[in-house]
Ligand binder design. Sequence first.
Ligand SMILES: Nc1ncnc2c1ncn2[C@@H]1O[C@H](COP(=O)(O)OP(=O)(O)O)[C@@H](O)[C@H]1O
Ligand SMILES: CC(=O)OP(=O)(O)O
Ligand SMILES: [Mg+2]
Length: 408
Amino acid sequence: MTATRVLVLNSGSSSVKYQLLDMRDNARLAVGLVERIGEETSRLKHTPLATDGAAREQNRPIADHEEALKAVAAELAHDGLGLDSPELAAIGHRVVHGGKQFTEPTVIDDAVLKEVERLIPVAPLHNPANLTGIRTAMSLRPDLPQVAVFDTAFHTTMPESAARYAIDVQTADQHRIRRYGFHGTSHAYVSRKTAELLGKRPEDVNVIVLHLGNGASASAVRGGVCVDTSMGLTPLEGLVMGTRSGDIDPAVIFHLMRVGEMSADEVDVLLNKRSGLIGLCGDNDMREIRRRIDEGDEEARLAFEIYVHRLKKYIGAYYAVLGRVDAVAFTAGVGENAAPVREAAVAGLEELGLAVDGELNSVRSDEARIVSPEYARVAVAVVPTDEELEIARQTYALVANRAGERND
Ligand SMILES: Nc1ncnc2c1ncn2[C@@H]1O[C@H](COP(=O)(O)OP(=O)(O)O)[C@@H](O)[C@H]1O
Ligand SMILES: CC(=O)OP(=O)(O)O
Ligand SMILES: [Mg+2]
C-alpha cells in the first residue's frame, strides 16, 4: 500500500490550523483549528470529515503550540486517523520566513531548522510557532518526511528594482535587508485560480491579488510570476492589517524612541500588535467594524476608510507596475467575505476599467466568482484561498518525487 495522506500544519502566532488530506482525490479527511493558544480561553475545534463530520470542541487553556499539536494528534487518533497511520506520507508545514534561499518546498533537516531559526528576528510572530510545530511533529513521527512550504518562495522572482530598499547597499547586504514578501502560497494559488476562472492560462494573465486576512498583503503577478508584493523584510510593511500598521514613515520609530522614550521592543509591539484596525478603533475583526459603522460609530468608519484608502493605493500602484491588468482578485477572511471592502476599494476606478456589480458583489458563496459587471475591462474576482491544499499538494509532489527517485 502506498501512503497517500498528508497532514498540513499552519501554525500562526496564537493559532494552529490543520488539515488531513488524501492526495488521491484531494479529499479532506479532517480539518481543525486551535485558537487563542497561551490564553485562558483557548479553543480546539476538530471536524472529522471522513467519519460523521460532526465537529468536536474543547474549551480549555492550551499553554503553547506543543500542547496544541499534541491535542490535535489525540483528536486525529480518536477518529482512527492518528499520526501513527501507515497511510500518512508526510507532514507539510507552512513556514512564513524562508529568506532568499528557499525558492521551493524543502524536506526539513537540521540545516533547514537552523536557517528557519536564524530568520526569527525578521518573523518574530511566525517563525517560532512554525518551528515548534515542526519539532513537535518530528517528535511524534521521527521517521516521516516533514516538508516546509515557505510564504516567501513565490516572491523570490521579484526583480531587484522591487526587492531592494533604497538604502546603503553594503549595509543592506551585510544584514540581508531586502523585501521578501509573504503569503506567497496564497498569492500563487489565487493567481492561478483566477486565470482558471477567466478561462485562460496563468502565463497569459496579469493579476493583482489582495490577500486580506489578519495579516494582509497585495501582489502584482505577471503571467504567473510575482513581480511585486506589499510586505517586505517582515510581514509588517504594506497594507493596513488587523493589528499591524503596514506602511509608515520610518522616522515615526526614531521619534517614538527619542521623544516618546519607548524602547525598540515597545515600538515593535506597538506596530505589530497595537496598530492597524485594532489600534485605530479597538477592533480587528471586519465584521465587528461593519456592525459599528451601521450603528453610526465614527471611529470605526474612519478605521474602515484608512484601511480602504491604503488598499486602493496599492491597486493603483500595481496597475502601474503591470501596465495591463486582467483581474483583481480578493481573497482570505476579509477579501472573501467583506463585500463593502471590495466595493469601496474599487470605487471611483471606472477609468481604469474597474467596477463591481452591486448585486453580484453581495452574493455570499464559497465558490470562486466574478463580481464585476459584464462591461468592465478588468475582472474583479472573489477567489477563496486554500493555503492548506496548496501546501499539501507541494508536500506530496516532493515526497512522491523522492520516492520515485529511490525506486529508479
Ligand atoms: N463574514 C465576514 N465578514 C467580514 N470579515 C470577515 C468575515 N469573516 C472573517 N472576516 C475577517 O477575516 C479575518 C480573518 O481572516 P483569515 O484569512 O482567516 O486570517 P488569518 O488566516 O490571517 O488568521 C477576521 O479577523 C475578520 O476581520
Ligand atoms: C505572513 C503573515 O502575515 O501571516 P498571517 O496573515 O497568517 O499572520
Ligand atoms: Mg491566513
